[in-house]
Design a protein around this ligand. Sequence first.
Ligand code: AMP
Length: 180
Amino acid sequence: MSLSTEERTIIIDSIRNIPDFPKPGIIFKDITTLLGNPKALNILMDHLTNRYLGYNLDYVAGIDARGFIFGSILADRLGIGFVPVRKKGKLPYTTVAEKYSLEYGFDEVEIHIDAFGEKKGAKVLLVDDLIATGGTAKAAASLINKVGAKCVEACFIMELAFLKGREGFDTQVYSVLQID
Ligand code: AMP
């Protein structure tokens, strides 16, 4: 079920733009104002729940840190488990790691080796607040597949479409809002 124009406007208006954060030239999309707006959050989560009810998912995986919030709410609504994909060094048990390139240097994400249990090929939805270049999400999807599950779709609240992050992503991508 797609969002009505009014619902879409309520979500867009609840997200705050912070110019020049964390550095000059970046417009940071601040979702703390969306989280603080129960009507906007409810419309968003209803929309995502309706979309994914028919997917027959086994898990939702969320990317550190804002993906944890939307991902956990969605997992609970779908009645399935939530798995965190974390920045390096945060997970306590045995992990699998994946590096990805940043503008300068690289970063690394990790997942617990047994995150999706014994069953091979668990169907996993990956969630984050925003896709920019796509580097973080591609690394996260790759980790999910590496530990024996299957990342069936990557879902974002926002997509910075001009950065073409979905290109070269071998997982289906869904974004609620596309920003040009
Ligand atoms: P990327 O790997 O380039 O797709 O970057 C995605 C990650 O960086 C996500 O976890 C986002 O939360 C964060 N991010 C990148 N650009 C922005 C932005 N303009 N506003 C808010 N978060 C951003």
